[in-house]
Design a protein around this ligand. Structure first.
Ligand code: ZN
Ligand code: ZN
Ligand code: ZN
Length: 96
């Protein structure tokens, strides 16, 4: 995996943050929108942070970096850009 991959892993589901990623205002950790919504009383999962402020929309420049990254499909290892990656993973025959 490329180093940048680690930066875009959701603090909750440990998968690449899905559209639309949210950013904790306390520690800048990223979370999927759906992961945040699943928590009734939000508090950041990072031990050092624990912010109760709900994560906000990711900075536009970070979003742009994310959209330019290539990710390898965990099933067939095909490399895809961010948006295409999620479309592919949903349809990939190697992933059940
Ligand atoms: Zn998540
Ligand atoms: Zn945090
Ligand atoms: Zn695949």
């Amino acid at each position: 995996m490329q180093p940048a991959f680690e930066l875009f892993v959701c603090g909750m589901c440990q998968f690449i943050v899905q559209p639309f990623p949210l950013e904790c205002p306390g520690c800048n950790s990223l979370y999927c929108e759906n992961c945040v919504k699943m928590q009734r009383n939000w508090s950041c999962l990072k031990q050092v942070c624990r912010s109760r402020q709900p994560p906000t929309k990711m900075h536009r420049s970070v979003q742009e970096v994310l959209e330019l990254l290539n990710f390898n499909c965990p099933g067939c290892n095909e490399r895809k850009r961010y948006v295409a990656f999620f479309e592919h993973v949903a349809a990939c025959e190697q992933i059940q």
